[in-house]
Ligand binder design. Structure first.
Ligand code: ADP
Length: 229
């Protein structure tokens, strides 16, 4: 795991660090007031590159914690539509030009879920939907929340996952052969699967190369049993 980290980190850190360096140098050169647009474009690039680096580090930390058995699901009451809107605001910065996340919500607003685990699951799946689809394509986040079950769907119109790779998609470090030079470590979906198991939920997907991918998640809307000390 550690030697894999060194290999992947050396490789995957290079691109975002290169982006940060070149954007910072360009910002330094745009000194005129009318160059504000260009400055903002490069500020945005720096922000995405830093988010990307943070993601890679977070993924490694999450895997480490999972291996040590230090992650558990602790459901709390959460206003799910508000929670998702906040997350979408945060993730918008990663979107390509004209890529939009459409959010549809049905059912109960207040549900019982572990916020940290859910946040990670949605962040990983939405950032994959963004990474593996082109500018201009839509992404859908659909949620239906009932008394017992929360169903989540994340759909993209991206490159899709080749059929021969589909069986391995949740394996640690696995990347499909059409991932090309899209940045990634192959850890995200392994973490998603582990977190969903901890939440006693289920995850599946359907995908067609060149058409897109949809991830389906079912999570129990779990009200913790009150115990006496
Ligand atoms: P990565 O860091 O490589 O994105 P993940 O574990 O999140 O790692 O995903 C594993 C692999 O599954 C990716 O490398 C990619 O080949 C494929 N994949 C995941 N999500 C999608 C998607 N929405 N569309 C197409 N391919 C995907």
């Amino acid at each position: 795991m550690k030697s894999q980290f060194v290999t992947i980190a050396s490789h995957e850190f290079r691109t975002p660090l290169g982006t940060i360096l070149s954007s910072a140098s360009l910002i330094g050169r745009y000194s005129k007031t009318e160059e504000e647009d260009k400055r903002q474009k490069h500020v945005q690039r720096i922000k995405s590159a830093v988010t990307n680096l943070t993601e890679i580090l977070n993924d490694f930390l999450s895997i480490g914690k999972l291996e040590e058995g230090r992650v558990q699901s602790i459901p709390v009451e959460v206003n799910l539509p508000e929670f998702c809107k906040g997350l979408i605001e945060e993730i918008k910065g990663l979107c390509k030009d004209d890529q939009q996340i459409h959010f549809q919500y049905n059912g109960k607003s207040d549900v019982w879920l572990d916020k940290q685990l859910l946040r990670n699951v949605l962040f990983n799946l939405l950032s994959n939907a963004i990474k593996y689809s082109e500018a201009g394509k839509s992404i859908f986040l659909r949620i239906a929340a009932g008394d017992k079950l929360v169903s989540i769907e994340i759909e993209d119109q991206g490159i899709g996952i080749p059929e021969t790779d589909q069986a391995h998609i949740f394996d640690r470090f696995f990347r499909a052969h059409n991932a090309g030079n899209v940045q990634g470590t192959g850890l995200g979906l392994n973490i998603v699967q582990n977190y969903i198991d901890l939440m006693k939920g289920e995850v599946s997907f359907s995908s067609k190369v060149g058409q897109g991918t949809t991830f389906h998640i079912n999570l129990p809307n779990y009200l913790p049993i009150q115990t006496k000390d």
